[in-house]
Design a protein around this ligand. Sequence first.
Ligand SMILES: [Zn+2]
Length: 289
Amino acid sequence: MVWEVTDKTTGDHIGLWYLDPFARPGKRSGAWATTYRSHETFDGNRTVLGSNNSNFIKGAPGEPVLVSWDDATTFFHEFGHALHYFSSNVDYPSLNGGVRDYTEFQSQLLERWLLTDEVINNFLVHHQTGEPIPAELVAKIKNAATFNQGFSTTEYLASALLDIKYHTMDPTGLDVDAFERQALESLNMPDELPMRHRSPHFGHIFSGEGYAAAYYGYMWAEVLTADAAEAFEQAPGGYYDKELAKKLVDHLFAPRNAVDPAEAYRAFRGRDARMEALMRDRGFPVPGE
Ligand SMILES: [Zn+2]
């Protein structure tokens, strides 16, 4: 189905949003968001043509479509990318891109709305009884979110730090095996923990420029996400606080790559993002708290 997207205050046409939720033969697997045309005003006012795509299985006739928790999270995530496209107010087409450690932030943040009361009570309802998902189950989902974070964070960071080391040194005659061992030792890497990507198959950082010295970017996006989520949690209206939502759109969605992301974040939050938010989010003790 296709929806027309308009600006609620001015009534202006923003674009068309195409939702293609169901699996069918020949369709690519997984879920994604994409644009067929992006906003720009450089060559006349171009409106957005964007889509969200997933592979939900249609219910049998008369049966509802049931979606797993993971798929629901991904659906919100991909919709975050779409909101980012549709919010664009840049003039030049080249400014619709984004810097690497920032492109997943807007979509990761959108995942947080899934567990708000408004969504729980209106959408996360039992398909037969119409009852919202029980509070105990919501508590279990929240508790499970911090499971094994020590392992995955350390495993990830080892690869992220090695990536930076590789791209800030002279690699002439490098003995990769010895270098990796020595680097991990200098990080006090626990013996029990392997790297997420050992150097010889770390294709992410060696196959192109995109993630070279920027593998850390996934986690930096999560720092921004956790810190922005705390802003919403502390706002008077919570995740539905209009004033903060406007700041989010004005500073973090609409400018795309036209404003330095660090500056844009400061305009939204009044300060830089703090990594302590991510530590709380992952269930780690925060020094001094
Ligand atoms: Zn994404």
